[in-house]
Ligand binder design. Sequence first.
Ligand code: PGA
Length: 255
Amino acid sequence: MSRKLIIAANWKMNKGPSETGDFLKTFLAKIAPLTSNCEVVVAPPFVSLPIASELLANSNVELAAQNVSQFDSGAYTGEVNVVMLKELYVRHVILGHSERRSIYGETDAVINGKIKKAREANLRPIFCIGETLEEREAGKLEEVLRRQVRGGLDGVSEKDLLDCVLAYEPVWAIGTGVTASPEQAQEAHAFVRSLLAELYGKTVSEKIRIQYGGSVKAGNAAELMGQPDIDGALVGGASLEPQSFLDLIQNGVAG
Ligand code: PGA
């Protein structure tokens, strides 16, 4: 089963509109040849989505948001809904990121609400899961991943799942410079795919792309993305400079 790679930049709370504009002008001048073998996605902060949307309009690079509300509209101070994102031609939305879980207290049920709301508007969730170091060391890796996958996808139809990407991001590898070894990552990815097979059947599970995230950089991209169940990357730190992100994509495609 061949799945097209999907590599996404998660800029987190970095790059306002002017920095976003500068990055994309440099990046777009060089990215085109790489997009035939790889879907490339950029997720700037909300305030930078309008400029990014304008600059990406005639490119092969797709736009993502880093979050969305599970509610429709109204009295939810500080929140942004799916309709607002659609108006800016946003295609994907990162949901369930460990920073949203740990800093903002998002539960599996909240994330599930957001995934369903995103799908109602035909946004494509990049659904993040992953264990902490404590959980891994306590032998709870599979239990945590099972709970996150089942909880996040509760009531999500097969048709909607097919428009989701999963991102396995071990929390201990995010922003730490410590990457899961390709073997550790492959093992977790294969397990996540087996969970999807339990829930949706083997055929569907083999169509779903699972990104790896956590200190991915140009130097480890090929080895990670060369693993059979790793179908791309969700990249924080190494996506903040155009050349480092380009090198990472180039190596990932070669892997
Ligand atoms: P990192 O972040 O590449 O800086 O580790 C990845 C992520 O949080 O998605």
